[in-house]
Design a protein around this ligand. Structure first.
Ligand SMILES: Cc1ncc(COP(=O)(O)O)c(C=O)c1O
Length: 406
């Protein structure tokens, strides 16, 4: 028996898709041209499967900031902030994030994944309870595995089920920490946050909201679902990532909690991993400035998301419950998802295949994500390709011709 034999069925599937040219997990873009276009060989590809929600990856001020910081401070920090020190940029970005959210404390991690690992594993200790939405992102589950708290899952987006579970835990000692997301990354649905906040108050629990997909997307000033739902005061910790609307890499948390500085010396994913390079930090602070000062990007994103959602719904695709920048079409099987994905790519459109365990209810999804940088013509072209190839592969329940909205 070889060490990797346990993966044999998966490896076989992987090889089969590779041979058939339908392996979405090994796509490489030879050249990226803009937030919405790339080249694979000599084929121009329309990008509809990135999380570049505000299209800031090519923003001149973001790029210039990255270059200037790299020139002045070097390519990397070569160590963790605890062991090897912080740079001025780390502190400056933390202050900018705290200021944006109106919170006392901001803390930057090297990825969004690590932000969840670092916060969730430390907030709830050995005698505490974590209450996780069943559809939580892997980084939330992994944060729970890294810590020592008792973990309870509640039904996705169900404040009633959360309340039932908290009631059962009422007489148990320890703190209760609820973790939910703003927009869920697979189906693009939002948490019923006002109702969750009411349950949190009723049971004296703490609330952590991961706004990875809702930062820069929701709320009057782009602070996310907590802002949109008017429950910012109930969210004890907000977690987020720089890798989506901010167009970079990294993660953060903000809080008003007294004493939160101690998290820097108890959170292992913060302590035992190198800090972000100066260029990434400076680019992120510039992107945050763009997010704050250009609300029209959010408006444009919303219009594009609604256009794609309505267009695919009109074709007869089964989608998530509401329009959002994540627009996922439910496929009858993983094979159907691979087939449509490959046909779309062949026609010049890049999307994502999402499968269990990443997806809820074992669904096979063809996931698209929309950017403010997409033109209407690009969105309409994507819808037309979905219609044409979906019909050819027998995946449409209705087959109305797509007529672009005015
Ligand atoms: C809800 C959620 N949280 C955290 C993360 C991790 O963020 P990152 O990829 O920036 O590490 C993701 C990534 O997709 C996510 O969807």
């Amino acid at each position: 028996m070889g060490l990797l034999d346990k993966f044999a069925p998966l490896a076989e599937q992987y090889r089969r898709h590779e041979a058939a040219g339908t392996n979405p997990f090994t796509v490489a873009f030879d050249r990226v041209l803009s937030p919405t276009e790339a080249m694979i060989g000599d084929k121009r590809i329309l990008l509809l499967g990135t999380n570049n929600y505000l299209g800031l990856t090519y923003d001149p001020s973001v790029i210039d900031s990255a270059i200037a910081a790299t020139r002045s401070s070097g390519s990397g920090t070569t160590g963790s902030r605890i062991a090897n020190g912080s740079y001025g940029g780390h502190r400056s970005l933390e202050r900018a994030l705290a200021d944006f959210y109106g919170r006392k404390h901001g803390m930057v991690f090297s990825t969004g994944y690590q932000a969840n690992l670092g916060i969730i594993s430390t907030l709830a200790g050995k005698n505490d309870h974590l209450l996780l939405d069943a559809d939580s992102h892997a980084s939330i589950y992994d944060g729970a595995r890294l810590g020592y708290a008792q973990v309870t899952r509640f039904r996705h987006n169900s404040p009633e089920d959360l309340a039932n579970r908290l009631r059962r835990l009422k007489d148990e000692p320890g703190d209760k920490v609820i973790v939910v997301e703003g927009i869920y990354s697979m189906l693009g649905d939002k948490a019923p946050l006002r109702e969750f906040a009411a349950v949190k108050r009723e049971y004296g629990a703490y609330l952590v909201v991961d706004e990875a997909h809702s930062l820069g997307v929701l709320g009057e000033t782009g602070r996310g679902l907590t802002e949109e739902a008017g429950v910012e005061a109930d969210a004890d910790f907000i977690i987020g990532t720089f890798s989506k609307s901010l167009g970079g890499v990294g993660g953060f948390c903000v809080t008003d909690m007294e004493g939160a500085e101690v998290l820097r010396v108890v959170s292992r994913p913060y302590m035992f991993s190198a800090s972000l390079p100066p260029g990434v930090i400076a680019a992120t602070e510039a992107a945050l400035h763009e997010l704050r000062t250009r609300p029209e990007l959010r408006q444009r994103l919303t219009e594009n998301a609604q256009r794609l959602y309505r267009g695919l719904a009109a074709l007869g695709f089964e989608l998530g419950p509401e329009p959002s920048p994540v627009v996922s079409a439910v496929m009858p099987s993983p094979e159907a998802a691979f087939g449509l994905w490959a046909a779309l790519l062949q026609a010049g459109l890049y999307t994502n295949v999402s499968l269990p365990p990443a997806t809820p209810k074992g669904l096979a999804l063809l996931r698209s994500s929309v950017s403010a940088a997409h033109s209407r013509a690009q969105i309409d072209r994507a819808i037309a390709l979905f219609g044409e190839l979906g019909a050819r592969l027998g995946l449409l329940t209705r087959s109305e011709a797509f007529a672009p909205a005015k």
